[in-house]
Design a protein. Structure first.
Length: 231
C-alpha cells in the first residue's frame, strides 16, 4: 500500500497509509490526514490513489503545495517524492518496505509554530521570492525592508497586507506575515541560516522598527514609515 512518511529533522516520526480513493490533508478535523499547524490550510490538499499510482492536488491552499521543491496544483506522485505542506515534510512511498516508520496515526504531531504566509510583491532579482505573484496590494503602514548588502544594496521591498516569502535560488527560507498592525517573521523548516538582530530566528517574532534580519547572506532592515537610518 502506498503511504506517506512524516519527516522531522531527518527522522521519520509517523506514517499515513494511502488506501484506494481520495485522502484529504489539512488542518481541519474533516481530513483523513490532519496536520495541526497554522501553516496548513483547513483543506490544504488531496491525494487520489488507484492501482496505477497516486496524484496530489492542491486545494487552493494559502501556502501552496510543493513536490520536490516545485509548486504544484496537480502532480502525479513518484516513489520517494518529497512533499511540503505548510511546515510539514512528507515522503511518498508507492510500495511497502525500505523505510522504518512509527505506527500509523490519525493526526501528525505539531511542529514548531510556523504561521500561515501570504504572497510577496516584486523583490530584487538576486533575492528571490518563491511565492506566486498576484496583483500588488497597498503598502501597509509604510512598512519596508531595506537591503543592506550585496548587489541589491539600497533596494527597498515594500511590505503589503499579503504574505512575503524570502529566499535564494527558489529555496523558501523566511516568511513575513501581517498580523493586525504588526508583522510576524518566521523561519521555515530546513531553511538556510536566518537571524534577527544577530540571534538565530528559532521561533516567530514580531518585527520592531530598525530590526535587522539576515536571510542566507543578505541583510535587511525593517522600517516603518520609511524611517531608514544609516550607519
Amino acid at each position: 500500500m502506498a503511504r506517506l512518511l512524516l519527516i522531522k529533522k531527518g527522522e521519520v516520526i509517523t506514517q499515513f497509509n494511502l488506501p484506494a480513493g481520495g485522502v484529504g490533508i489539512g488542518r481541519s478535523a474533516v481530513n483523513e490526514i490532519r496536520l495541526k499547524s497554522p501553516s496548513v490550510s483547513e483543506r490544504h490538499a488531496r491525494i487520489f490513489t488507484s492501482d496505477s499510482g497516486s496524484v496530489i492536488k492542491d486545494l487552493s491552499s494559502a501556502l501552496g503545495t510543493f513536490v520536490n521543491d516545485r509548486s504544484v496544483t496537480r502532480c502525479d506522485l513518484r516513489d520517494n517524492d518529497l512533499i511540503l505542506i505548510g511546515s510539514y515534510k512528507l515522503k511518498y512511498l508507492q510500495h511497502d518496505g525500505g523505510e522504518r516508520a512509527a505506527p500509523t496515526a490519525a493526526a501528525a504531531p505539531e511542529p514548531e509554530a510556523v504561521p500561515p504566509v501570504g504572497e510577496m510583491p516584486a523583490a530584487p532579482a538576486a533575492f528571490v521570492s518563491t511565492a506566486d505573484q498576484h496583483e500588488p496590494a497597498s503598502v501597509a503602514n509604510g512598512a519596508q525592508l531595506l537591503v543592506l548588502n550585496g548587489v541589491n544594496q539600497g533596494a527597498v521591498i515594500n511590505l503589503t497586507r499579503d504574505r512575503l516569502v524570502l529566499g535564494r535560488d527558489h529555496k523558501r527560507s523566511v516568511v513575513i506575515e501581517p498580523v493586525g498592525h504588526e508583522f510576524l517573521v518566521s523561519s521555515l523548516p530546513d531553511a538556510s541560516a536566518a537571524a534577527l538582530n544577530g540571534k538565530p530566528l528559532n521561533k516567530p517574532v514580531v518585527l520592531c522598527d530598525q530590526d535587522e534580519l539576515l536571510v542566507d547572506d543578505v541583510s535587511l532592515r525593517f522600517t516603518i514609515d520609511g524611517s531608514h537610518e544609516t550607519d
